[in-house]
Ligand binder design. Sequence first.
Ligand code: GDP
Length: 322
Amino acid sequence: MKTALITGITGQDGSYLAEFLLTRGYAVHGIVRRATTEDAAKMANLAACKERVDLHVGSLDNYQFLRKTIEQAGPTECYHFASPSFVNYSLDDEISTFNESFCATHALVSALSECTPGCRLYYAGSSEMFGQTVASPQNEDTPLNPRSIYGIAKVAGYHLVRNYRDNQGFFVATGFLYNHESPRRRPEFVTRKITSTVARIKLGLEKTLTLGALDAERDWGYAPEYVQAAWRMLQQDRPGDYVIATGATHTVRTFLTHAFGHVGLRYEDHVRFDPRFFRPPEKVVLCGNTAKAVRLLDWHPCKPLAEIAAEMVEHDLSLVRR
Ligand code: GDP
């Protein structure tokens, strides 16, 4: 039986992947912090599968805990999603963000290669690793030029896991995942901020939505499809790195049009500019070239942005009604 260990299992990606792997007959284990288990809101993403996954409560910075968990679970595949994932440009504590992200990756890959050397590891990379890029669209050979501490930590982790692959033959695949949204997206991200406020406006609890740059562009995809790409990477004969994206960018304004339009409203009647949310636009837009993923993984993004927005708004409407 295939056995998966997922770090960050309560997050958007971890929880969708857990559900997907269960449908494929995997035994699924997840690592969760104690504080997370005590917070019902943070456990909500696991509502559909909590009874069918084995949760190991502890922290990725505890090496003994990691080794014990790996020995107990005996994973054949490990998906490393856990990381401080909200990208900001004035992080209060850059040092702990970097350390938390990098040290967790280091401890995990080291413990896996010692305890279960045949296990395959998926490393969750990000389009933020390309950062202030000069080329668009980006592919697996585009130079990495991160502009945030999050991106820098991801790049450092990427070089680390590649070294385990190149020097020890450990099977590691990295996905350079572009923004991917869903009803489980955290509310700090602009899409979820929009859909949760649209729901409140529609139900009369709010009148306005304050945002920064409406012309900012992102290559937005659908999270449940993106975690399947991660799984496909670990089913290959050889380990490799892949850009996972839609290959098309849309503006915040377009997302607003879809989200407000879904409930019969016009965003122009409700959206106000707030400089606190303004970030200078990227010089070159982050947009992924997925030719390699299409060719080798037979992976294709399917769900259009309008449908993603509609699903998110419907979910937020049901949350507000509750
Ligand atoms: P990320 O920047 O790729 O991590 O994703 P976000 O969802 O945080 O932001 C996407 C884009 O939306 C960025 O270019 C932001 O500048 C823009 N944006 C405009 N208004 C807002 C806002 O109020 N909150 C956030 N998070 N982003 C905003």
